[in-house]
Design a protein. Structure first.
Length: 242
């Protein structure tokens, strides 16, 4: 599975193209909402597409930042260079083999500082003393709650060279251009990704709002109907798409 910031961001504008041609649609009342990585894509699309009049996000991930700098910007400069060298050389390997190798979108390192290559997605069973973030994703993607046989996180993995385009595409670079159109950022109180929404809130210009959902983790805002603030989302769009 290959992901592309250019393609995924363009998807939002392409959707606006389509619905804006429908006779039942008011072109001045089009808003978008994204979840997880597509939240960052939605915000990025709005920075250059003024037809998007309001943007809401849930469990927002800045995938360019995540992939090029790792969790909480933990990559060192040396590690970032290693990742670039790895994915660059991997392109030749893939071209020679006529097929793509798999990997993780955030390339991991072992205790010796070497890149850990290859990955087949989430494990079928949880290891002993698993990372809480792994548990949260496993409980969603590997159970009937969110499992699908074609899901990238359920059964398969990313292509090993996926990170390359994300290194070249800083998604939040022009976030202030969304103003004066409004932004709503929703994050779980216990979400490992909460800092992405908080940092975008600091960078964005008004009008903007950050909502922290009590006792919610990252994936709770995917499908937990008792935790998703539907009333807040409805009010946001009703007020800003009058």
């Amino acid at each position: 599975m290959y992901s592309s910031p250019e393609i995924n961001t363009e998807d939002f504008s392409a959707a606006v193209d389509y619905i804006g041609l429908l006779p039942s649609i008011d072109r001045n009342r089009i808003g978008v909402m994204g979840i997880c990585g597509l939240s960052g894509m939605a915000l990025t699309a709005a920075t250059s597409d003024s037809r998007i009049k309001a943007v809401a996000t849930a469990s927002m991930y800045d995938m360019s930042r995540s992939i090029s700098r790792s969790y909480k910007d933990s990559y060192t400069i040396e590690q970032r260079h290693k990742v670039i060298d790895y994915i660059s050389q991997q392109r030749w390997i893939d071209a020679e083999n006529g097929k793509t190798a798999v990997g993780l979108h955030e390339v991991p390192f072992d205790e010796s500082g070497n890149i850990v290559k290859g990955n087949k997605g989430l494990p079928d069973t949880l290891p002993n003393n698993p990372n809480p973030v792994l548990v949260a994703f496993w409980n969603y993607y590997k159970t009937p709650r969110g499992f699908h046989p074609r899901s990238i996180n359920s059964t398969t993995a990313w292509t090993a060279t996926t990170p390359m385009s994300f290194f070249s595409f800083p998604m939040a670079a022009n976030i202030q251009m969304i103003s004066p159109r409004p932004i709503l950022l929703i994050a779980g109180e216990n979400a490992h990704s909460r800092y992405y929404s908080e940092d975008i809130y600091k960078l964005a210009s008004d009008p903007k709002e950050l909502v922290i959902v009590p006792n919610a983790d990252h994936v709770d805002l995917y499908d937990r109907l008792d935790k998703i603030p539907f009333d807040k989302i409805t009010t946001f769009f009703m007020q800003n798409l009058k």
